[in-house]
Design a protein around this ligand. Structure first.
Ligand SMILES: Nc1ncnc2c1ncn2[C@@H]1O[C@H](COP(=O)(O)OP(=O)(O)OP(=O)(O)O)[C@@H](O)[C@H]1O
Ligand SMILES: [Mg+2]
Length: 473
């Protein structure tokens, strides 16, 4: 046996769990680029919107107050990505020219009450102020000790004596002492507000506050925050603020106080949905950096773009599809990502969506849906409301749930219809009036499994008798 054989044998001995998976040429170069957390440096087909934002916000760099901006557009149309891009550019330009302009980004889906928004802003500015104070203290302390040795160093400064410098130092130290962070709960709101107010106004600056998902804030806690923020400029002495609201819900402004509405919507920018060609460009840009060369067959990107274009031009969906298709290809150890992987990815994403929607339904809706499933599994077509209601009632009794009226159950069916879980049509029964006929729009097995994973519905061990009873009626 020569040495080479020994080495080969040793290698094959160590063939472990991960070797197979590693040995195939990986499809991805950098998968992170396809994840939602990645902020792209280039945003094809958003130049107009980005330029519009920049044209308005450039006033901040001139020390003027930019108009408030409201940004609208359906989900996945690049609002957040564009706003973050513009805010990075704005801050880096302000540093370059040394003008005091700051951007604060808040996601109102997470920070959804007036208290939290104001507290978060207050604490951000307190932190910034502390840094400014620390810098100034360094400068003045050095100046002070130099001035003690040689008073001439004060000649070209605003101070005439070393004592004047010392008293400025004492002032700054007192300011630093006064800066008290807002706790996450517990203070009265007006105290949080005035802390925020003082913190922003501590020195001269223009502040752009980006409120992403602003509709969530209004929905959860009304328009007080926006009202307070929008009237601040008339009271601030050193600083100015400008608000940029971002929303995918056009209707939320209906709930605003008219003064807030007109102040917030001084400028409006609309993000239209992407069409299939634009989605192709966006995907191609990302694919170039996220996949190995030649990892995609030619039809992959056009197909992802076409599917996402049907989903109202959602770039997030397009990127999800491409990433999921890549992952499926990788898992099946294919050499390239093909059209088939995209189709599988589409099914997988759709199923994940259904599972999530069904899982989070209220119990009553779950029982109604379960009734529809039982009927469907027993080969009933054109299921009508009465049939659903009969089974629903028996299911409720079985698990000790309240029984709603048939009217309410009809409403719940309409909701399931809107969520795309059932497909219901109203049919006329002549002189017997009208009824709804429905069928399931989602896969039976998977949906049933999700329902049965709910601990209450899981108690129903054998539902067959309920359906049987229907035929006995
Ligand atoms: N023009 C574009 N170029 C490159 N990537 C884009 C573009 N538009 C959107 N994307 C990407 O698509 C995804 C969704 O975009 P974004 O989060 O900005 O959507 P949105 O409009 O804020 O949606 P929502 O209303 O749901 O918050 C992100 O991963 C983003 O990077
Ligand atoms: Mg967004």
């Amino acid at each position: 046996m020569d040495l080479e054989d020994v080495v080969l044998e040793a290698e094959s001995d160590t063939q472990g769990l991960f070797d197979d998976l590693l040995s195939g040429e990986p499809i991805f170069e950098n998968k992170e680029v396809l994840r939602p957390s990645y902020t792209p440096h280039e945003l094809p087909h958003r130049t107009d919107q980005i330029n519009q934002m920049a044209t308005i916000l450039v006033s901040a760099l001139r020390g003027e107050t930019p108009s408030n901006i409201l940004i609208y557009g359906k989900t996945g149309t690049g609002k957040t990505a564009s706003a973050k891009f513009v805010s990075q550019e704005l801050e880096s330009t302000s540093q370059k020219y040394d003008v005091p302009c700051e951007v604060e980004y808040i996601n109102c889906e997470v920070t959804d009450t007036q208290y939290r928004v104001l507290a978060q802003l207050a604490n951000k500015f307190i932190e910034k102020n502390e840094r400014v104070i620390a810098d100034r203290l360094d400068t003045y302390r050095e100046l002070h000790s130099n001035a003690l040795e040689d008073p001439n160093v004060l000649d070209r400064t605003e101070f005439s004596t070393a004592e004047a410098v010392a008293s400025r130092i004492a002032e700054l130290e007192a300011d630093a002492e006064d800066m008290e962070e807002v706790p996450m709960t517990g203070w009265p709101t007006d105290r949080v507000y005035s802390t925020f107010f003082d913190a922003v106004d501590y020195h001269e600056r223009v502040v752009v506050i980006m409120l992403d998902e602003i509709d969530k804030l209004v929905e959860k806690s009304g328009d007080d925050t926006l009202y307070n923020l929008s009237r601040m400029n008339s009271e601030l002495t050193n600083s100015r603020i400008s608000i940029m609201g971002i929303s995918n819900d056009l209707k939320f402004t209906d709930f605003l106080d008219p003064r807030v509405k007109s102040s917030l919507g001084e400028e409006e920018i609309v993000f239209p949905p992407y069409d299939a060609n634009q989605l192709r460009d966006i995907l191609q840009h990302r694919a170039d950096i996220s996949f190995k060369p030649d990892a995609l067959t030619d039809d992959v990107i056009p197909l992802c773009a076409a599917f996402a274009a049907q989903e109202h031009g959602d770039a997030r969906r397009a990127l999800d599809l491409l990433r999921t298709a890549g992952e499926l290809a990788e898992r099946s150890q294919a050499e390239t990502v093909s059209e088939e992987h995209v189709r599988q990815a589409q099914d997988k994403i759709e199923l994940d969506r259904v599972v999530e929607v069904v899982r989070t339904l209220p119990t009553q809706s779950k029982i109604v849906l379960f009734a529809v499933i039982l009927l469907e599994k027993n080969g009933v077509h054109n299921i009508n409301t009465g049939e659903v209601f009969n089974i629903y009632k028996r299911l409720c009794e079985e698990i000790d749930a309240d029984v709603l009226t048939q009217r309410r159950v009809t409403d719940l069916i309409s909701e399931l219809d809107m969520l795309g879980i059932v497909n219901a049509v109203v049919v006329s029964k002549g002189r017997y009036g009208r009824t709804k006929e429905m069928g399931l729009s989602v896969p039976v097995e998977e949906t049933e499994a999700v329902l049965l994973s709910d601990s209450r519905l899981g108690d129903i061990e054998n539902a067959q008798p309920f359906v049987q009873a229907r035929f006995d009626n």
